[in-house]
Design a protein around this ligand. Structure first.
Ligand SMILES: [Zn+2]
Length: 346
């Protein structure tokens, strides 16, 4: 067995285990002598003391002039174990500590604006740095590749004032959404594609859209302004009809051999009097308000405009072409006359 005090012989082997931030300088060590440990930019002086009754290593601060800490270790501890214990205890003692965040096994929490908020740690391969956001009343702490939960929490802890500001803003947004929902509760339903759709408020414009009986819309800055509401909802509906109509056009044109002028592009218009039009350049215009019509009527409108690619008029031949694309066109033409183009969203 090694002489427990012969640090010189072991230093090379053990130093391989040294943490990056922790390097040590040992010259020769004799019992009771003070060791100098370099931790970051600090020099720490530690005396190792063997305790007969001691069962595990304990580092305790000292007021002594030439010594900062005493490390009490079990009497039978090998010297390499003593070194390892020294590194471990110094690291634990000197690593930055959380000031505001309470971290427990399995979770962490912090008090923000007088309420206790849970912190969810999420690992991300794409993240380049630590990030924080709020979701479902919790802080989401994103830890990038190579990062650790501990460092993430420290980062959050150091940025507590900013975090609290974000939290204030988050609460404000929540409140705004609540107000928005109650304000529009009378008009919560909008008929599109001839079916009732419920207005649902989302936080982010990326989450906007139509589907599953819902119109997901990001509320405007001033939720008391009807004009802004109309703009927001119109934005979502225009995008919806653009996607739907383009899909239908591509589907239909791909199955028609003799189209006439090739279809070039779709423009969603806001015309006051026309549902749609078609130009000699193959540009099809469709009024965004078509989104309020039943889908079979929209499909007829599209067939009508596509037939104009072959006949730029409303001649007999034109209607024969319409019938080719849409056999029940008379029924839909009649239906269409029942819809007013000056449709208001709200
Ligand atoms: Zn026409």
């Amino acid at each position: 067995m090694n002489d427990p005090f012969d640090f010189d012989r072991l230093i090379d082997r053990v130093s391989k285990k040294i943490n990056d931030s922790l390097s040590s300088l040992f010259s020769s060590y004799k019992l009771g002598e003070v060791l100098e440990v370099i931790h970051g930019s600090r020099k720490i002086h530690v005396r190792v003391i063997y305790g007969k009754k001691c069962r595990k290593s304990v580092l305790s601060p000292c007021d002594d002039q030439d010594m900062d800490y005493a490390l009490l270790v079990p009497f039978n501890m090998r010297s390499d174990q003593v070194l390892a214990a020294l590194y471990r205890e110094i690291e634990r003692e000197l690593s930055p500590k959380l000031q505001h965040i309470r971290s427990r096994r399995g979770g962490a929490e912090v008090d923000l604006n007088g309420e206790t908020v849970q912190i969810q740690v999420i690992r991300s391969k794409r993240a380049k740095s630590y990030r924080a956001s709020f979701k479902d009343g919790e802080v989401r702490l994103t830890v990038p590749t190579g990062g650790t939960k501990e460092r993430g929490l420290l980062w959050l802890d150091e940025n507590l004032r900013a975090l609290e500001k974000w939290h204030t803003e988050y609460l404000r947004q929540l409140q705004k959404q609540k107000e928005a929902s109650s304000q529009l509760s009378v008009n919560r339903k909008v008929t599109i594609y001839g079916e009732e759709h419920r207005l649902v408020f989302v936080n982010n414009r990326r989450d906007e859209g139509v589907g599953a009986g819902e119109i997901r819309v990001c509320p405007p800055k001033d939720t008391n302004d009807d004009k802004l509401w109309e703009t927001a909802i119109t934005r979502v509906l225009k995008e919806e009809i653009r996607q739907y109509a383009l899909e239908q056009i591509l589907l239909k044109t791909s199955s028609i051999d003799d189209l006439g002028i090739p279809f070039s592009k779709l423009i969603i218009s806001s015309a006051q009097t026309r549902w749609g039009s078609c130009s000699v350049r193959g540009i099809v215009r469709l009024n965004w308000r078509a989104v309020f019509l039943p889908k079979d009527v929209i499909d007829y409108l599209i067939c009508h405009e596509l037939a104009h690619l072959k006949h730029m008029n409303h001649s007999k031949n034109f209607w024969a072409r319409v019938e080719m694309y849409c056999p029940n066109y008379r029924e839909f033409e009649r239906k269409l006359k029942g819809y007013s183009i000056s449709h208001s969203v709200l």
